[in-house]
Design a protein around this ligand. Structure first.
Ligand SMILES: [Fe+2]
Ligand SMILES: [Fe+2]
Length: 500
């Protein structure tokens, strides 16, 4: 199938998801562009004073559309969008799509790109925050998720329920992209037709420099997430599935706000781009009179779950030092750290990466504490946060370490969990930065010789809705399944977070 035919096939469902029938999409003011997706990102005030930037995803070969803005007083105007292009070395992997961006002004009541309405308001007061992450359909050489039913890959249903909750903003906690391999011929009923990686390994290399493609992103994120895109502006986090060697090029093209759109492009020799990390930034959300939530965003795409990696520490530690500065105490302000990999997450102990004592040095395999490069980099830099929001482990989880802000994980957005057996997520009998035998993982990083005072884990797909309580630092959190039904009620008070 030619690219243009393939795009047409993919765009029909995209338009249907967006609520257009074939006739209504092209009736009235007919759009001049075939827009694949449009959404609004929350950005820091240094990028847009309004905190809002619209993105549109378009077929390659057409100009960026304009944004049509309607102000609260009824005045209308149009403004151009600027092009975001993938790196030239992504070649056929990103040949078919381009992205466009435009900052929105404050004071709008409505905005649209072509015929697609996009969220246009940064609310004066945020009463409802939706949180979800880890959403793509996992296709690797080792594991194939059944992407063909809402029970086994529920992202589209979850995104509809997030939209039905009418949030003021959505916090996406990372890991959009999971289509890292071709669908195996014996699993066609699970993932037949899933866009496979397009680039091959360079000469002498075992792995291709990237695993994502434009059509992979359409299938894994742009179509199923369309209801959420239409519902509210999104504050998006880069996950490890968006590291340069995996879905990094799509991330840079579609969702990154600080780095250039070609920042993950393979080298001229066809090798993967060197690791990169975006600068830490923050966004302030007014939540009630005199109360402000400061969301501090740290890029944690790289590093290791179970060991300390010196070259990654050199990038990650400054990101946490900057986060600590941004969390300086101020009357009426509470700070949350938002980063994909948790500092104190409890992962499945039954992972693929088994211990290998014969390796040099011996490989401890996956520990049930994750992610050690985060714990190491953020050590001593977390005391100013009220809450640490992450995902990465494909469950809903709360881990309270003594004296630390609660670590809360919402990795249950749609990607298959490593295990659905609760017994595979035991509370560790040793502190973070230790091996299971109680030895420091790295002599340069003092272990935390404490056990968690509270652990709550639920293996269930869904999302969370935060609503502010009456006093500073108080939140009610409704954990909901993919149909929007509450399965747990949680409360956050200061640095403590409990669920039942
Ligand atoms: Fe994930
Ligand atoms: Fe992850």
């Amino acid at each position: 199938m030619k690219f243009t035919q393939k795009l047409a096939v993919l765009m029909v469902p995209a338009l249907l998801v967006l609520g257009f029938s074939a006739s209504s999409a092209f009736a009235g003011s007919s759009p001049k562009h075939g827009i694949v997706a449009a959404y609004t990102l929350v950005v820091p005030s240094s990028i847009a004073k309004s905190h809002l930037q619209v993105r549109a995803v378009i077929p390659n070969g057409v100009a960026c559309p304009t944004v049509t803005k309607t102000y609260a007083n009824g005045y209308k105007s149009e403004s151009p969008m600027t092009l975001r292009a993938p790196g030239a070395t992504t070649g056929p992997a990103f040949a078919s799509l381009r992205a466009c961006q435009a900052n929105l002004p404050s004071g709008l009541s409505y905005a649209r790109v072509g015929a697609i309405g996009v969220p246009a308001k940064f609310q004066p007061k945020f009463d409802k925050i939706a949180v979800f992450g880890d959403t793509g359909c996992r296709i690797t050489a080792k594991q194939v998720q059944n992407c063909s039913t809402p029970a086994t890959w529920p992202l589209a249903r979850n995104a509809e329920s997030v939209a039905a909750a009418k949030p003021d903003v959505i916090f996406f906690t990372g890991d959009f992209f999971y289509r890292e391999a071709a669908c195996p011929t014996d699993k066609l009923s699970f993932c037949g037709g899933s866009p496979p990686p397009a680039l091959l390994p360079a000469a002498g290399q075992k792995y291709a420099p990237i695993s994502d493609t434009d059509y992979g992103w359409i299938a894994d994120a742009l179509i199923p997430m369309a209801p959420a895109f239409a519902a509210a502006p999104m504050l998006v986090t880069r996950g490890n599935h968006e590291e340069c060697s995996r879905g990094g090029n799509g991330w840079m093209l579609l969702f990154e706000i600080k780095l250039k759109s070609d920042s993950c492009a393979p080298t001229a020799a066809g090798m993967e781009a060197p690791d990169n990390i975006a600068p830490t930034y923050s966004v302030d959300f007014p939540v009630a009179s005199g109360r402000t939530l400061r969301a501090i965003m740290v890029d944690s795409n790289g590093g290791s779950n179970s060991s300390i990696t010196p070259e990654w520490q050199a990038l990650q530690k400054p990101a946490y030092q900057q986060a600590d500065k941004l969390a300086a105490p101020k009357t009426g302000r509470e700070s949350w750290l938002i980063t994909h990999r948790p500092m104190f997450g409890i992962d499945d102990v039954n992972q693929f990466d088994k211990p290998d004592p014969t390796a040099t040095p011996p490989d401890p395999g996956e520990l049930n504490w994750t992610s050690m490069d985060q714990t190491g980099a953020a050590l001593g830099l977390t005391s100013r946060f009220n809450l640490m929001l992450a995902s990465h482990v494909h469950v809903a989880q709360v881990v309270q370490m003594p004296g630390q802000p609660a670590q809360v994980i919402f990795g249950n957005g749609g990607s298959v969990p490593d295990s659905t057996n609760p017994a595979d997520y035991p509370t560790p009998a040793y502190g973070p930065l230790n091996t299971p035998a109680g030895q420091p993982i790295d002599p340069a990083y003092p272990p935390i010789n404490q056990l968690p005072s509270y652990v709550w884990t639920k293996i269930k797909y869904g999302h969370a809705i935060f609503t502010p309580g009456a006093k500073a630092g108080q939140w009610s959190i409704s954990q909901r399944d993919t149909g929007g039904k509450q399965f747990a009620a949680c409360t956050a008070v200061g640095k403590k977070f409990t669920c039942k």
